[in-house]
Every structure is written in C-alpha cells, then in structure tokens.
Design a protein around this ligand. Structure first.
Ligand code: ADP
Ligand code: MG
Length: 378
C-alpha cells in the first residue's frame, strides 16, 4: 500500500495537472465536485477533462463517488500529496523523497532531499481519516461550518505546526528548524536522535527529567502548552539533548482548560520516568508557577490563522483523535495508527460506540513502510 506515490509526479501532463487543480478548487465548496464543474474550472482549450478525470482516477489521485443524488470527484490524499509536493519541488525545497521514518498518529513522515542534497523531514498531515459524513450525520458539532473536511483540517494542522515551529525556533527553543510548507505538508530539519519512547538508557535520568520539566515551564513562559508532551514527541540525541516536535495541538496558557493540559503534560513525563527508569521525584512544575515572559500564543494566532479557524480545529481534534476509525474511504485504504499517547483525551466525553471493530483491528496495524531507492522528482 503506497502512502506516497511520488513516481506519479513526473508523469502528469500540464493538462492533467490543470484538471487535478480544478478538482481541488471545486472542493472548496463541494465535497464531491461534479464533472461539468471540473470541466468549467479547468477550462481546457480542447476539452477532454472527463477523460483526464478517468485517468487521474486510475492513478488514485482523485476518486469518483456517488452518494445518494450527489456524485462527482474528490481529491484523494495522494492527489493532495501530489499538489503539495509539486509546489515544494517547484521552489526547490524538495528534490527527492526517500524512506518513511515516522509513525505518527495523524501524519506520515518521510526523509526528503532538497536541491542541494541536504536531507530534511517531510511531514504530511493526514487528519480526518474518520469519515466526516458519518460524523456529521451523528452529531451537530460542525453545523456552523458547512464544509469542514480532511483537506481543510490537514492544511490547518500544517499551518499551525509551521507557525509554532517558526516562533519557537526564532526564540531559541529546541524544535526542528522549519524550512517550508505547502498545503498539508511541512518541511523541517531532520532531527538526529531517537524518540524518547525508544530510549532505554540515559546517563542520568534525573538530569533528563529536570531538562524536560524545564522545557515545559519555558514553553509556558512563551504563553504555550504543548498538550502532547510525551515520549513520542521528544527526540533525544546521543548526548541526551532534547528536541520537541509535533505542535498542531498546542494551546495558549489562557485557554480555559490550560491548567488541565499543563498538568497532563507534566504527569505524562512523571509517569514515563517511573515506568521506564523507576525514577520519581517530588519536584514537578505547577501551572501557578508559570511566569509569562512572551506572547507567542497571541503572535502566532495573529500571524497564522484567525481565532475562529483555530477554535474549529481544536474542536474537531478532540472529536476524533480518540475514536479514529478506519472508514476514511474505500479507494485509499488508509490505515489508522496508534495515538501518540493512548491515554490522551480520554477524559473528554466520548461516545464509545464510535470505536467499532474496524478501528480495533487497524490500531494493531502499526507497521512502518519503507521504500526502495529514492524517487527522483525532477
Ligand atoms: P504525529 O503528529 O503524527 O504524531 P510527529 O510529528 O510526532 O507526528 O512525528 C511522528 C514521528 O516521526 C515522531 O515520533 C518521530 O519519530 C518522527 N519525526 C517527526 N518529525 C521528525 C523530525 N523533524 N526529525 C526526525 N524524526 C521526526
Ligand atoms: Mg507525535
């Protein structure tokens, strides 16, 4: 099962690219874009967009669907990957795509090389593997927004991640250097080291513990809480230095539930250190101890996205991280992987019945796919 079909990048004609882009544009207002609308947006000189749509369908860049009286085409994750990679390639941020390295809960992470053969990490956000239509039928959460879709959410996650990474990096906080982003794709520094979850030996657990608690407190002084500060999102190098990753779920210390999120981040680290290193300490930071020195929360929000966008994102995040189901769609067969931290978000009220058998099964599917030789995109 190919998660990233980069070999297709070379073979799309400019007309095919035009039609693919037309489907993306149509999806701003339509879940399924009717073929005549695609034709009118693409506006090909000699017509033939219908035939091209069939071709794109064969390559799984778009998908044809009929649901009730509505029928038409929608972009697949592969199609969206194509568009993002094409843009990143055009400006030289990506030249070739190599192995998949990351098993994220809602992303795929690859090693890529840029024009100068520098290696970086590419994170493709994949939100909404859960069927949105099903969610919409069940509940009214999203009625204020007509077309919240995986496409919108995945792009928003990338915007948020890039914006926080940039703000933190500019302030000397240990995060990967942000390099570029487009749509749902973020290019960043490839961090040297291993996620803490894979680390069994550290020279001094107590020192690493206090480094991590300091990082939580320092994030607080910027006005931020990570909300997923755990062994899966902390990369440790061979000198036991820490890099923090994975920011789309970050919240402000002014968030109504800030204290709860803060305490959970702290508790995650305490629990992990007890489990892994039999280390426990009476010393750990309290929310009340945070001294705000910066307003990165406010600055990022003002630069990257509106309050409203951010709210609807957080809302939907809480909706489906815990209830990841595998029914995203038939034509992509996307698998759902383990959440970074399975305990997370369980305190949010959740409808247990949403976790059906398919979800149980697919959660076991935690394998990383690797690829053979690098695919040259040029
Ligand atoms: P998710 O939001 O899906 O959890 P993450 O950003 O946490 O995605 O990435 C998933 C995994 O990929 C991480 O646990 C880590 O092993 C790896 N990874 C992510 N970003 C980088 C990076 N910049 N450098 C090296 N490894 C990374
Ligand atoms: Mg993660």
């Amino acid at each position: 099962m190919g998660k990233l079909n980069v070999s297709m990048l070379r073979y799309l004609s400019s007309e095919e690219f035009r039609v693919l882009t037309a489907v993306e544009m149509g999806m701003k207002n339509h879940e399924l874009v009717p073929s005549p609308l695609v034709a009118s947006i693409a506006d090909l000189k000699h017509g033939g967009s219908h035939k091209i749509l069939r071709e794109l369908t064969k390559h799984k860049l778009v998908c044809y669907e009929k649901s009730g009286r509505v029928e038409g085409y929608r972009l697949t994750f592969s199609g969206y990957d194509y568009l993002a990679l094409k843009a990143l390639t055009t400006r030289g941020s990506v030249q070739s795509v190599g192995n998949q390295i990351g098993v994220g809960k809602e992303s795929d992470i690859f090693i890529i090389a840029d024009e100068e053969e520098n290696q970086h990490a590419l994170k493709l956000h994949r939100l909404g593997r859960t069927s949105f239509r099903k969610l919409k039928q069940k509940r009214d959460y999203l009625k204020h927004r007509k077309n919240v879709s995986w496409l919108y959410l995945s792009r928003l996650a990338a915007v948020k991640e890039y914006a926080y990474m940039k703000a933190l990096h500019d302030n000397g906080y240990p995060v990967p250097r942000p390099i570029d982003f487009n749509r749902h794709a973020v290019v960043m520094e490839l961090v040297d080291g291993h996620p803490l979850c894979q680390v069994h030996d550290v020279s001094d657990p107590s020192e690493l513990y206090s480094d991590l608690m300091e990082l939580i407190v320092r994030l607080g002084s910027f006005g931020l809480i990570h909300c997923d500060f755990n062994e899966f999102n902390l990369i440790i190098n061979d000198r036991d230095q820490v890099t923090v990753i994975d920011f789309p779920q970050m919240v402000s210390i002014s968030h109504p539930n800030a204290q709860w999120y803060f305490d959970r981040d702290v508790q995650c680290i305490r629990d992990f250190f007890f489990r892994r290193f039999s280390y426990s300490s009476e010393l750990y930071p309290q929310f009340a101890d945070i001294k705000r020195l910066h307003n990165l929360d406010v600055e990022v929000e003002a630069s990257g996205f509106t309050r409203d966008m951010s709210d609807s994102f957080d809302e939907t995040q809480n909706l489906y991280i815990p209830q990841a189901t595998a029914d995203f769609n038939a034509c992509e067969g996307g698998s759902v992987r383990k959440a970074d931290n399975e305990e997370k978000n369980t305190s949010d009220e959740q409808d247990e019945s949403d976790n059906d058998d398919i979800a149980e099964q697919s959660l076991e599917d935690n394998s990383v796919e690797t690829r053979g030789p690098e695919h040259d995109l040029s």
